[in-house]
Design a protein around this ligand. Structure first.
Ligand code: SF4
Length: 442
């Protein structure tokens, strides 16, 4: 009888990509994806623990499976990812939800297939959380079920050594470990041969790729340069970059290579040196702005995006205003702005000078309004420019494309004969409306 699977994915691109691996292992075992959770024979929760509110939502969703499991006794429930990686979480989860069958962590996703086989044989709760990730190469042999046939993620490293005081990632994902360059080249080459057009290299801090000494001296700029020199019609992106590790060499490689997107996500988090220090970000406002200046000099058309936290413990009105000023100075096309939220197990959670929620709300609204005005002006400035875009969809009225900065570009079908999905074209931007660019073919 046909078996079905359903995966809940929470959190960042790393998790999205790990769910693609999980789907591959399930399809290798004959399962088919379903969009109806009630129809599933196995439900996997690939979790995130970056915010406590996310954790509560996940707990609620796991709890909602109980009535399904009551009716469908053979349903298998697995929980994995960052939340389950935390110390003692496997037993907490099992106690709260005795119907969970398998728990494994973010460090050993690649072995899920084996855990499932073991559970099916023994029908006994499987707790497979391991603390250290000490293997790498298996990922290249994995079968991924990617949601999209044009855009693909490739992990180049795992973990993080930075210990920003608000972040739980280094505690759950462990220290940085880089994949061997040759396995990354092979994986990217396969993707290009399969017709993928936009390859995004992933890591918590891609700029420190190779610093664990495992890549034979290949640094991130070198890796990027080598990949960009592979044959084929594709575009290369990467995330996330830590400002303290972004080198002049990387700027040079980005600037000279047309296959590397002229777009950069560079989280600043705050504009006040006092707050940056309290966050343990290891750079200051001046060095960040200096970096931005060098990037803009080398690539005048670059589109920049960032992450910002408002209301970090101890943030005064003056500190907040420094963030506002920095946002105005840098001119980001996009900013992901969050209110600081406490996270158990982090240093910032223990700080006493927490900012009241009403002030956090007021600051986020002010900053969002400023950023909205800036980004609208920047996108309006693109009107009249020519952008290389990837046609990636269509509806009745429009061909849909993506610019390098990730913005949707709509091209009216009435203005062209036919455009092929999966092709890069040069497109003239004619308008900016409702958050989308409007274009026409050149
Ligand atoms: S760089 Fe900082 S924010 Fe990013 S994953 Fe590492 S500790 Fe977390």
């Amino acid at each position: 009888m046909q078996k079905y699977y359903y995966i809940y994915t929470y959190g960042c691109q790393m998790n999205v990509h790990e769910s693609e691996k999980i789907a591959g292992m399930l399809e290798d075992r004959g399962y088919i994806r379903t969009d109806e959770v009630e129809k599933a024979d196995i439900i996997v929760f690939n979790t995130c623990c970056i915010r406590e509110s996310a954790e509560q939502k996940i707990m609620g969703n796991i709890g909602a499976v109980k009535p399904i499991k009551k009716v469908k006794k053979d349903l298998i429930v697995a929980v994995c990812g960052c939340m389950s990686q935390q110390a003692d979480m496997a037993s907490i989860l099992r106690k709260k939800f005795p119907f969970i069958d398998i728990v494994f962590g973010a460090n050993n996703v690649e072995f899920f297939g084996e855990y499932l086989d073991e559970f099916l044989k023994q029908k006994k709760f499987c707790n497979k959380v391991i603390q250290d990730k000490n293997y790498m190469e298996s990922a290249t042999k994995m079968h991924f079920v990617r949601d999209n046939s044009l855009y693909a993620y490739v992990n180049i490293m795992y973990g993080c050594n930075n210990f920003c005081t608000y972040c739980i990632v280094p505690y759950v994902r462990g220290r940085e470990i880089s994949r061997a360059p040759k396995t990354i080249y092979r994986e990217v080459k396969n993707l290009i041969d399969m017709g993928y057009k936009v390859i995004t290299l992933l890591g918590q801090n891609v700029n420190s790729y190779g610093r664990d000494g495992s890549t034979g001296g290949v640094t991130f700029p070198k890796l990027l340069d080598n990949i960009a020199n592979l044959q084929g019609d594709f575009e290369l992106r990467f995330m996330t970059s830590h400002p303290k590790d972004l080198s002049d060499e990387l700027i040079e490689v980005m600037a000279k290579n047309p296959k590397i997107s002229k777009t950069l996500h560079l989280p600043v988090q705050a504009g006040s040196n006092k707050i940056l220090k309290a966050m343990n970000r290891s750079y200051d406002r001046e060095s960040y702005l200096n970096l931005i200046r060098k990037i803009k000099e080398a690539m005048p058309d670059i589109t920049l995006s960032t992450d910002i936290i408002v209301g970090f413990p101890g943030e005064t009105e003056e500190d907040y205003l420094l963030t506002e000023q920095l946002v105005k100075e840098v001119q980001y096309h996009n900013a992901f702005i969050f209110m600081y939220s406490r996270r158990r197990g982090t240093i910032a959670d223990k700080l006493e000078n927490q900012v009241p929620i009403s002030i956090k709300r007021e600051r986020i609204h002010r900053l969002l309004a400023i950023e909205h005005e800036i980004s609208t002006k920047l996108f309006e400035k693109m009107i009249g420019s020519t952008q290389r875009v990837l046609i990636d969809g269509e509806n009745n009225l429009f061909y849909l494309a993506k610019a390098q900065c990730g913005k949707v570009v709509k091209i009216a079908k009435s203005t062209v004969t036919k455009l092929n999905i999966g092709k890069f074209i040069d497109c003239e931007i004619t308008d900016y409306k409702n958050g989308n660019l409007i274009g026409r073919t050149k």
